[in-house]
Design a protein around this ligand. Sequence first.
Ligand code: TYD
Length: 220
Amino acid sequence: MSEGLFLTLEGIDGAGKSSHLDAMEALFKARGRTVVRTREPGGTPLAETLRGLVLEQAMDPLTESLLVFAARRDHIVQVIEPALARGDVVLCDRFTDATFAYQGAGRGFDTQLLSTLEQWVQGGRGAAGLLLQPHITLWFDLAPEIAAERLAGARLPDKFESQPVEFFRRVAAGYAARAAADAPRFVRIDASQTRDQVWQQVETALVARGALAPATGAAR
Ligand code: TYD
């Protein structure tokens, strides 16, 4: 059995990442892969319940971080690990990079503590105790001012979407720092281009990483 492929999409609200999920799923399916499409916070009934709380209720950043990682733990145990063990492609809209970007950089929460939680929730894999991380992370990078314009009037904003542009400047810087710290995993997508051009970047990146080869694992 081939090893699964764990692929995540990241970026600030309004960067347009989610609009490419259908096409990505189709691309993998056309190559005979089974795709598990999911999201964070969420992906299981319990984690979706926690998502509702995190996105709708005011809370201090530690509570928020604990809830996000609790949701992640359930998602990993119930969905992500089993799918990867079956050799599936896990296409996940956001993962832990979002916690470092939003709770860490955006809300100014202690990133050391986030690293500890990351270790608890994602660590201990195999004999070497490795950390579960995506094989490839597509980072949709867009200036916060443009993202805010795209979001304006789109729909009723949730707790994060209604934050001021300064918040998203910090979140964007958080993503940039996370990408710099783990460059081999990240692909930066210039999300300021047209939708078609952005899709071209996504497809090119997946080909370059060997992700579209039939039923092989990630090229990392
Ligand atoms: P998002 O993925 O943008 O979904 P939708 O397109 O339906 O709004 O919304 C999730 C929000 O949750 C987004 O604002 C980022 C935030 N978030 C965190 O603050 N921390 C996290 O760890 C994750 C995964 C998301």
